[in-house]
Design a protein around this ligand. Structure first.
Ligand code: PRP
Ligand code: URA
Length: 216
């Protein structure tokens, strides 16, 4: 089956999003622009991924008259970046919903095994009652995404969506095979992983590019 046809995979298509992801990939893009692009891309992806938020009616007084008009709930939403690179997407999501809670999951890939190593998991106590958006620009082998979802489920989360900027087919398949109830939003589906489990063509190491650090 063509990976693009997978249930729960939402491949985003907006031309502006595609354009900004192309700029993000370029090795000529320095840290300042990289951060700005990740924020703008997160706003665009968030706009799509939040398009089924429940609405309720509230009273509003316009200069003309009183009305009952739609509003989103001010609670029940949590954004969870996977550190480090996911941090770059938080500001964009909070631009859309400033009242959302924010948790953090810290994972780093072991250089040789490429398996995720957990170093932080700080989530709101009410995570089981909230809709969760996991934010991580890169979905490569899928190991980090699967680990993040499993940490969230261990703490009671049941409504989980995962938002990535660039994904490899291998990571998409692994995540959706392991967690078929998770909706996955992808800005660009790339060709494959290389021998170091980097996405090709990808953008290199997202954490290093976002924070201006060199590969350790
Ligand atoms: C990157 C990225 C993901 C992970 C994806 O983080 O932000 O979390 O790799 O790879 P995977 O799908 O093979 O698990 P990294 O471990 O490089 O940490 P960093 O963000 O701190 O640089
Ligand atoms: N993590 C990254 O930052 N980039 C990749 O290509 C794969 C994992």
């Amino acid at each position: 089956m063509d990976i693009r046809q997978r249930k729960n995979l939402i491949l985003l298509t907006h031309p502006l999003l595609k354009h900004k992801i192309t700029l993000l990939r370029s090795k000529e893009t320095g840290t300042v622009l990289f951060r700005e692009l990740v924020k703008e891309i997160a706003i665009m992806e968030g706009y799509e991924a939040l398009n089924d938020l429940p609405l309720h009616e509230i009273d509003v007084v316009t200069p003309i008259e009183k009305a009952r008009e739609p509003a989103i709930a001010s609670d029940g939403l949590c954004f969870v970046p996977v550190l480090r690179a996911g941090l770059g997407m938080v500001e964009g999501f909070l631009t859309l919903v400033p009242t959302a809670q924010v948790g953090q999951i810290g994972l780093r890939r072991d250089e040789k095994s490429h398996k995720p190593i957990e170093y932080l998991c700080k989530l709101p106590a009410s995570i089981g009652k909230t809709r969760v958006y996991v934010l991580d620009p890169m979905l490569a082998t899928g190991g980090s995404a699967i680990k993040a979802v499993s940490l969230l489920k261990e703490r009671g989360a049941t409504d989980i969506r995962f938002v990535s900027i660039i994904a490899a087919p291998e990571g998409v398949a692994s995540l959706l095979d392991k967690e078929p109830d998770v909706k996955l939003y992808v800005g660009a589906l790339d060709r494959e992983l290389n021998g170091n489990a980097y996405i090709c063509p990808g953008l290199g190491d997202a954490g290093d590019r976002l924070f201006g650090t060199d590969k350790e």
